[in-house]
Design a protein around this ligand. Structure first.
Ligand code: PFF
Length: 447
């Protein structure tokens, strides 16, 4: 391993961070969780989780990563030498492996649907036929595996190209394009006849639907969507220069991600209602609803191709950030060549991914703690590992690092000016609010 790379420009850092945050979490997971958790009330709790919990974690990961300029394991080793803190690095590596394993299966579905859209396979299909098509797509044995491997292969190639020439270069082109596409679809969706019920569902809360599980789902989704708690932000932050304003970067990342989620909701829900599809359709929501919508729209086939390409883009810029966690760890801690680290990671992820994929079909009878392997990977990472990873980061910054070190990092060594009150408020959230609330939600809903 040579000299450590870094991002070349502030814009590059921002698109890479936003690229990691914006992904299937916004366009696939968020809409279906909103659908199954009753709509607006879930969104309100979700937004509160972003602001009060995920953002302090993002600051903390930024602080740890940028200050240490090291991978998830080395970071804690550098900042807390002669202690056992570095072992927490394993949680981030494990979490990234778990997420990317099922994420690449869904990433594979996006490629599959892109191909289907480009070859007009769902033009003129009815809603029932589309439901059947989704079921067929995910329960087949061979094709989801092939698409998953293609998705992983592309992820690996970009990560192999390195931080500047891979992640930064691709994110710069892909993210703005994606945003434009989702806005176009949202505008089309709200202008459909009978779409109002969908807007009401998104923005008029019904608090009677809320349970402890709603809180855990909202918390998990906030972390998943902002990529916090898995070490991705920490690892990317380790490539960020000392001059960058990390508070601003975190806020911009969180705002872009939240905007994407809301716009994705607006793109999908009004259309779901306009066409009489059930909002609680589940993980198939995007894949069943949108093709149906596209079929009813002028230029629908063209929009469908663009949309699934966009979904694929969103997924790739996120999966590269997960793979980077594992690769940076192997690179730096075991002094492996980048290529070797990538190959080793891929072998492990692809193997786990095979089980996640098959658990939708031939292995659907295999249940662990009542869940299919896919669901187990999804739920355990979002609702347990990410909160745990996040908790560790805030506890480390709040309780292990010196307040002076925290202040030095948040002000980029004095380059960025904040009032003492602002610095103090962020600190209060990191030190007290985030740890207490995360622990309460996770413990309450688990027991
Ligand atoms: N934030 C990504 C999304 O919304 O799709 C998913 C993700 C990326 C989760 C990176 C965790 C992570 F470390």
């Amino acid at each position: 391993m040579g000299k450590r790379e870094g991002f070349a420009s502030s814009f590059g850092v921002l698109v890479a961070m936003a690229g990691s945050a914006v992904g299937l979490g916004n366009l696939w997971r968020f809409p279906y969780l909103v659908g199954t958790n009753g709509g607006a009330a879930f969104i309100i709790i979700y937004l509160a989780c972003v602001l009060v919990l995920a953002l302090p974690i993002m600051y903390s990961e930024f602080i740890i990563g940028r200050r240490s300029q090291s991978n998830v394991f080395g970071a804690y080793k550098k900042l807390a030498p002669d202690s056992k803190w570095c072992n927490v690095g394993f949680i981030y590596v494990l979490c990234s492996i778990t997420i990317i394993s099922f994420y690449s299966v869904v990433g594979g579905w996006t490629i599959d649907y892109f191909v289907k859209a480009a070859t007009f396979q769902f033009s003129s299909a009815s809603a029932d036929q589309l439901s059947g098509m989704f079921a067929n797509t995910v329960t087949s044995t061979a094709s989801p595996l092939v698409y998953m491997l293609v998705f992983l292969g592309i992820t690996a190639l970009i990560v192999l190209a390195g931080v500047k020439n891979g992640i930064e270069k691709y994110s710069k082109i892909m993210m703005p394009l994606l945003f434009i596409l989702v806005i176009v679809i949202a505008i089309r969706s709200v202008t459909l006849e009978n779409s109002y019920a969908g807007i009401e569902f998104l923005f008029k809360p019904d608090f009677s639907k809320i349970t402890a599980q709603t809180f855990l789902d909202a918390l998990g989704q906030a972390f998943f969507s902002l990529s916090v708690g898995s070490g991705s932000i920490l690892t990317y932050a380790s490539y960020v220069s000392r001059k960058e304003n990390i508070v601003k970067l975190s806020a911009q990342t969180a705002i872009s991600d939240t905007m994407f989620a809301i716009v994705a909701g607006v793109a999908i829900m009004p259309a779901v209602f306009a066409f009489g599809i059930s909002p609680s359709e589940g993980p198939g929501l995007v894949f069943v609803t949108l093709p149906y919508i596209f079929n009813q729209l002028p230029f629908g086939s063209f929009l469908a191709v663009l949309f699934f390409f966009a979904l694929f883009i969103a997924a790739i810029t996120s999966s590269i950030s997960m793979l980077e966690v594992i690769v940076a760890y192997l690179d730096e801690e075991f002094k492996l060549k980048r290529r070797t680290s990538i190959v080793l990671s891929l072998i492990l992820i692809a193997t786990l991914g095979v089980f996640c994929s098959l658990s939708q079909g031939v292995m659907s009878d295999v249940k662990i703690l009542g869940n299919s392997i896919f669901d187990l990977f999804d739920k355990s990472s979002a609702n347990i590992m990410l909160p745990l990873g996040g908790l560790i980061a805030v506890i480390f910054v709040g309780w292990r690092m010196k307040k002076a070190e925290y202040a030095d990092e948040i002000t980029s060594g004095g380059l960025v000016k904040f009032s003492r009150t602002t610095v103090g408020i962020f600190y209060f959230f990191i030190k007290y609010i985030a740890p207490v609330v995360i622990a309460t939600i996770v413990i309450r809903s688990l027991f």
